[in-house]
Write a new protein. Structure first.
Lengths: 253, 71
């Protein structure tokens, strides 16, 4: 065994040991504070059922304001592009790409937050349609429509700047058509981002599994969280390796 | 891999911007920008297309330097 391989094995063993110790410590902390955590969880559940809609409303307003700021900045840059030299226009075009990317990042984050919040506001069994739940539902639907509309605007805006980009964002096959219309450089960016996401998620799943395990053992949260995390983990691995195998057998462009 | 390129220089010679060069080569402005910055090594097809646009040899625009590491 060469030296670098031995070092990598030792590093892996040390990291695993430290992760185990950390998980054990966390488990003990959770166990010793289970009464307080249980109380805090009950309080939060009650708070979300009664006041969650208010948090959603505030979040909704913050989200819309942020996205509108992006909207007007993008519009401003595009307008400016028509009045400057070619070289400056290239720089502005690049800035528009970055702004659109950031706007979509915020869109994605808020979408996930609103879905989660709506589920938290939903009271346990039996589900009763309280006015708080109605208000939360209105916020969630509004944000769903707003974020979809924003995504469509970004896609149309990109298509206007680069007519070679194809695809209708409201179609189910949009991602495939869009990717087909991207050139080699853009595809490389998409593939790299996709692979980074996959490798990050592999670590995220390990951490999530550890957390759900602790929550089950020390807080008696049941098997639900572990089953969901495990299922998503399996789906991601299967999809990735299946697609890689499929690509190996097919012709690469 | 060290692929040095003089794309920006050649583009300036014929006086076109990244977007227009992209249109001529059938790629986006973003890809031209990535190549110029040295962040992306184009495919053989694209390198040949670019050389054809400037009416030069590929080696005039792109140069491979052993030992230098840019990627």
């Amino acid at each position: 065994m060469n030296k670098s391989r031995a070092i990598s094995y030792i590093r892996l063993a040390v990291v695993s040991l430290m992760a185990g110790l950390l998980a054990g410590t966390l488990g003990n902390v959770v166990f010793s504070g289970r009464q307080s955590i249980g109380n805090a969880s009950d309080m939060m559940e009650h708070f979300m059922e009664t006041h969650g809609w208010l948090l959603m409303l505030i979040g909704c307003m913050v989200y819309v304001v942020i996205e509108l700021v992006f909207y007007y900045r993008i519009k401003k840059f595009i307008k400016k592009m028509e009045m400057v030299s070619d070289e400056e226009a290239d720089g502005l075009d690049s800035q528009v790409d970055c702004l659109q990317n950031d706007a979509r990042l915020i869109n994605g984050v808020f979408q996930a937050i609103f879905f989660s919040f709506f589920a938290l506001v939903m009271p346990g069994n039996p589900v009763s349609m309280t006015w708080q739940l109605r208000a939360a539902l209105i916020c969630a639907v509004f944000c769903g429509i707003f974020s979809s509309g924003y995504e469509i605007w970004v896609v149309r805006n990109t298509q206007k700047r680069d007519p070679s980009k194809r695809g209708n964002p409201t179609d189910f096959n949009f991602n495939r058509v869009w990717l087909e219309s991207c050139d080699e450089g853009e595809r490389l960016l998409i593939y790299k981002a996709g692979y980074k996401t996959f490798s990050t998620m592999q670590w995220v799943f390990v951490v999530l599994w550890g957390l759900t395990f602790i929550v089950k053992v020390y807080l008696s949260a049941g098997n639900g969280p572990i089953i969901i995390v495990g299922a998503v983990w399996v789906i991601q691995s299967c999809v990735y390796w299946y697609q890689l195998g499929k690509l190996r057998r097919s012709k690469l462009e | 891999m060290a692929l040095i390129n003089r794309l920006k220089e050649y583009r300036a010679r014929i006086g076109i911007n990244q977007g227009d060069l992209g249109k001529k080569a059938g790629v986006s402005r973003q890809t031209i920008s990535l190549i110029e910055r040295g962040d992306y090594s184009p495919s053989v097809t694209l390198a040949l297309k670019l050389a054809k646009i400037f009416e030069v040899q590929v080696e005039d625009i792109f140069e491979y330097r052993e030992g230098e590491n840019r990627e």
